[in-house]
Design a protein around this ligand. Sequence first.
Ligand SMILES: *Cc1c(COP(=O)(O)O)cnc(C)c1O
Ligand SMILES: [Zn+2]
Length: 414
Amino acid sequence: MTKFTGYVCSLCGRVYAPDEVTYTCPIDGGNLDVSLDYDALRRLSPEQIIQHQENSLWRYLPLLPVEHPGGEHTPFRAAGWTPLFRTDRLANELGIKSLWIKDESRNPTASFKDRASAVVVARAREIGAEVVTTASTGNAGAALAGMAAAIGHKAVIFAPKTAPPAKIAQLLVFGARVILVNGNYDAAFDLTIEAAQEFGWYCRNTGYNPFTAEGKKTAAFELWEKILKGELRHTPENPLQIFVSVGDGNIISGIHKGFRDLLSAGHLEVMPRIFGVQSEGSAAVANAFFAGTEKITPVQAATLADSISVDLPRDGVRAIRAARDTGGAYLTVPDGAILTAIAVLGSLGIFAEPAGATAYAGLVKAVNSGMVNGESTTVVINTGSGLKDIRAAMQAVPEAPVIEPSLSEVKKLL
Ligand SMILES: *Cc1c(COP(=O)(O)O)cnc(C)c1O
Ligand SMILES: [Zn+2]
């Protein structure tokens, strides 16, 4: 089945054939939406769409614009299908009926980015690209390096030299060619595009390569499957509410795309409400949302949540629409609230990196300002593992005391 029918520019609406363009709209640089054969998908039942033997994002192969990638028995095949934990304790504290955390730290390289990288590497294989490259604050690179390693592709990763050491360690251990840039993420981003053009590499850059959102949309399919099974409640009166952190805006756009695909294919009737959360120190998308415009003005990003520290979001327009067109909203939170959220999620046994905990900090703010329907079910997405950035984690919790090894010292402490 040729499911992949082409691209539509998110800015000008021009339509392109699959082999006509590779990255963004040649006319205006707009992000491209991948189109599928929605009529064919309409004729399939959910039972025919869901490949139940796959416990990964490949479960939704009929909804993906790539063919089956192979890579049997490798971490490549394990991206996605992350657990969803119900927490009545936090729901009660917040005064809402039902709260779930979707834990993306459980992906093969421990962040949401594996979803995108798995699909991009599958695409690279299809178009015969031998080398894949990306700019990354760490997670996208680790995911690309890991997914590429798993099926024997070469990866070149450009990261700011300030990326957390654990993320750089991951890149190196996965055997990628790692190049640290004396500059921020935005500088690494532009350099990667130049290098990809010069050397003929396939560029995964977030908000540039249209296939990243195609991988990220699979998180929406996993929630949809839970809705179908009656595990998550989603009705026209009380639609599901989803909270996700936003940097470039590609995760939130991807999740929105997943639900839009389901709607276009006749497998969903009502959109869930999607809420984007940014750090106050890196809030270019939220600023535009609040101003009621799709024009993104860059900021000088400064936040301890490195994965969402972005001057110029590369998928800002679609990120705004994800909230605006679903009855959601944007929230900004200070770094202090992000640290608090790390500790709160930690108290459930979930270890989030700052960008992952940001979504929960946003939910707290949204509840306090009356933006949340307490009757609706809410899902907070933890996008990455706390082990990626233990320096930030240590700021979220009190220091452990050091004592002489004697029981009396223990008694003194307790
Ligand atoms: C990349 C990333 C984000 C933000 O995703 P965008 O597509 O840049 O908005 C959030 N959390 C983590 C852990 C990430 O790695
Ligand atoms: Zn265009």
